[in-house]
Design a binder for this molecule. Structure first.
Ligand SMILES: C[S@@+](CC[C@H](N)C(=O)[O-])C[C@H]1O[C@@H](n2cnc3c(N)ncnc32)[C@H](O)[C@@H]1O
Ligand code: SF4
Length: 404
């Protein structure tokens, strides 16, 4: 994922080399993220780093794989002897499936050539339900893709309309069937709390999603991102602000319905049919292992160094065309920042956060979190901080209690 506003940071040398004396640990898993920054239209709620055809300033989508190939070659040179086969590859967007399958296959082949891809790797492509066919999914599966994550968002026409989604809800079932026929695992993305969405609407969406028998489900509370069309409409009073209490009820409902369908939560917004269906790529982010994010605005994390690329596809291609790293800036978080980040990320997952990872001065607060029903007592006895359902609803408050 690529947030819309890039942080400040230190400069990155033209060859992209890691800071002196820092090298990846070959025993740490390595993941690859490939950002595909194109969408046919921009949904009113979305502030991902993505561009419609008119916003590309003459940059051509068909040239994009060439630019990515240059960044892959640069990464191979930076990692040199410490290169490891990718355990996971994730094509995210934007809308990866707006590119022809052949373009995605070429990028995957370039990753394979540069790093290798583990034999049992998880390779995911995010897809918009309108932009996949059985043929395109078969081509992806033949090239090594194992999983497709479909942006369903809702099954209810007025909710889709309030989200500016243009896809026909019937296309979700068609896309799922096509993915199954191609032998791919299926994940569905839903959003809850859209303007005008009732609890019954949400129940309909979750049931419809579960009736499609996916292997994995993500359900995100709608976030009103600054600078989006939706934020402007709310400011002008044209649509109401999502109601926190209703969103909490919606979260409980999706948790109940997924559990009844045999799913388990493994991250605050993610449920899987069984452990093998959990997104290994996203778990790697939460666990803090190494990944290289390719593409404009993509973030990377290797050997404790974080960097992020320039945002516009034209600037990205231009820099790589000159043989210069597309990284805009980087940082090496200090020990305090690393502790905070670890708590933020690992408290969200079912395997939890080691009690030892909490600063000693804050550990006394854990008993209070258990008494408040936010943290599981039995797991804490085993040395892990695992959120209860109430804790998942109030995850930010738990993080504050463990850090401030
Ligand atoms: C890059 S998109 C998925 C692929 C494809 N572009 C699509 O939308 O169908 C990733 C997911 O982020 C979620 N998302 C984007 N903006 C959001 C927001 N403001 N609040 C909550 N979820 C959001 C959506 O569920 C979306 O499916
Ligand atoms: S299609 Fe996906 S990435 Fe594109 S604007 Fe909509 S939510 Fe954002």
């Amino acid at each position: 994922m690529s947030p819309s506003v890039l942080p400040d940071g230190d400069p990155v040398p033209a060859d992209g080399a890691l800071p002196h004396g820092i090298a990846p640990d070959p025993s740490v898993d390595f993941g690859v993220y490939l950002h595909i920054p194109f969408c046919r239209v921009r949904c009113g709620y979305c502030d991902f780093n993505t561009y419609t055809a008119e916003e590309l300033r003459g940059e051509r989508r068909e040239d994009y794989p060439d630019a990515v190939a240059r960044e892959i070659a640069l990464a191979a040179a930076v990692l040199g002897g410490t290169r490891r086969p990718a355990q996971t590859v994730f094509f995210g967007g934007g809308t990866p499936t707006l590119l022809p399958a052949g373009a995605l296959v070429r990028m995957l082949d370039d990753v394979r050539g540069a790093f290798g891809i583990a034999a049992d790797a998880e390779v995911t492509v995010e897809a918009n339900p309108d932009t996949v066919t059985e043929d395109s999914l078969r081509e992806l599966a033949d090239a090594g893709v194992t999983r497709v994550s479909i942006g369903m968002q809702s099954a209810v026409p007025h909710v889709l309309a309030s989200l500016d989604r243009t896809h026909d809800p019937a296309n979700v079932a068609t896309a799922v069937a096509a993915a199954r026929a191609a032998g791919l695992a299926v994940s569905l993305d839903l959003i809850y709390g859209a303007p005008g969405e009732s609890l019954d609407d949400w129940r309909t969406s979750v049931r419809t999603a579960l009736d499609l028998a996916p292997d994995h489900l993500s359900a995100y509370a709608l976030i009103i991102e600054d600078g989006t069309q939706l934020a402007r409409r709310i400011r002008r009073g044209e649509v109401p602000v999502p109601d926190d209490d209703l969103q909490a009820e919606m979260y409980e409902l999706v948790d109940d319905l997924t559990r009844a369908a045999g799913f388990d939560w493994y991250e605050v917004s993610n449920w899987a049919r069984d452990a093998a269906q959990r997104s290994r790529h996203n778990l790697a982010y939460w666990r803090g292992t190494d990944w290289w994010g390719f593409g404009p605005g993509a973030h990377s994390h290797v050997a404790g160094v974080r960097w992020w690329n320039v945002k516009h596809p034209a600037a990205y291609a231009q820099r790589l065309g000159k043989g210069v790293s597309p990284a805009a800036a980087r940082e090496v978080p200090d020990a305090q920042a690393q502790v905070l980040e670890r708590i933020l990320l690992q408290s969200r997952i079912r395997e939890g956060l080691a009690v030892d990872a909490v600063p000693a001065a804050r550990r006394t607060g854990i008993a209070g979190l258990i008494a408040d029903g936010l943290v599981e007592g039995a797991d804490a006895v085993r040395g892990r901080i695992v959120l209860t359902r109430r804790g998942r609803l109030l995850a930010d408050a738990v993080v504050r209690a463990l850090t401030e």
